[in-house]
Design a protein around this ligand. Sequence first.
Ligand code: RFL
Ligand code: PHB
Length: 395
Amino acid sequence: MKTQVAIIGAGPAGLLLGQLLHKQGIDNVILERVSSDYVLSRIRAGVLEQGFADLMREAGVSKRMDQEGEVHDGFEMVLNDRRIRIDLKGLTGGDTVIVYGQTELTRDLMAARVATQQTSHYEVDNVRPHNMLEENPYVTYEKDGREYKLECDYIAGCDGFHGVSRKSIPEDCIKSYERVYPGGWLGVLSDTPPVNPELVYVRHERGFALCSLRSQVRSRYYIQVGQDEKVEDWSDERFWQELKRRLPKDLADRLVTGPSIEKSIAPMRSFVVEPMQYGRLFLLGDAAHIVPPTGAKGLNTAASDVFTLYNILTKVFGEGRTELIEKYSEICLRRVWNGERFSWWMSNMMHKFEDTSEFNEKMYASEIEYYLSSDVGKRVIAEQYVGLPYDDIES
Ligand code: RFL
Ligand code: PHB
């Protein structure tokens, strides 16, 4: 078997890259470890930057996102029970975000792949990239007990944080940077009307809380929990009670509770690997970097990697511009570190971590008070929340 680009992983990064390459006539095959249903069962991101939405449009898969996604002009931050609005549109001169679930956009991308008869192999085992420093790389994998070899020109490692791509790079050729936060986010999805039409990020003595949504009839709520907490110990009732305690009174009073349709704990980690490539293997999305979810930057940063690789490969295959290959990591990392900084900063400002000194605790409280009391401070938050522009690959 032969293709131009072998893509490992059918998360949003792999699927979006595959669709964009297909539009340019570049053949690609996706290899995914689990079933498509399992991929769709993972409840994750909900907030899309404009750049992400534009890429979905360019890929020709934006119909449902444009119909059903909600455009949000702002969001709220709560300090000491005071609700402060970040007017994204006003502060950035017109930029907004779209609330549309990662599950839904993944579903749209999978459907487009089937409709355009592109090849994807789900439930494959033992995926391994080979010959990455040579001109003829290939990927081996097993399906139903048989071994296969997929020859290709380039390999896109879109297989998330626990994938095989990053681990295939010799340790002395990459360096990683990491902060693991003590604690995580306990999330609940419920078919209840959201407590507020816009997202609400809450800083509270008992820990962070977030009120998010998927639509006007489906809510997504999160509370910060300690690092040893287990999801089994959190009944729905206990979750709603704790959430209410962290919300300002007016929101707590009008919170509509109901049975959870999904409940899970997401860890909080900041992680970056440099460089994001090894010969003809490129790392994209969570395979190369992780952010704590506070700034809503994970999926959006994956999308900017996709934008960069897609534009580079279009010129490589279309115009023979192979020298651009070497620029991939450098271009991506500039934006990656911005997303990392913003997510780290938002996390520090809004959470209570047990390893933060009392002094730093005071500094964070003072810093976020200062930002939210100043129009310039709010603008700095707004500009980063809507997403910085993508870098031109010729720059
Ligand atoms: P994914 O989605 O993890 O997909 C990787 C795919 O690779 C497969 N795989 C393999 N396939 C073949 N062989 C192997 N050896 C393989 N190993 C793994 C996996 O099965 C999987 O299908 O990575 P990708 O595509 O880079 O996408 C990244 C995003 O999923 C992630 O950054 C976001 O979900 C993060 N995130 C958020 N990002 C945002 O931009 N906005 C948000 O509002 C937001 N909220 C969130 C989030 C992540 C969360 N969790 C659970 C970590 C909220 C939460 C709670
Ligand atoms: C979500 O709706 O899942 C969500 C929204 C904003 C975040 C993180 C998660 O910052």
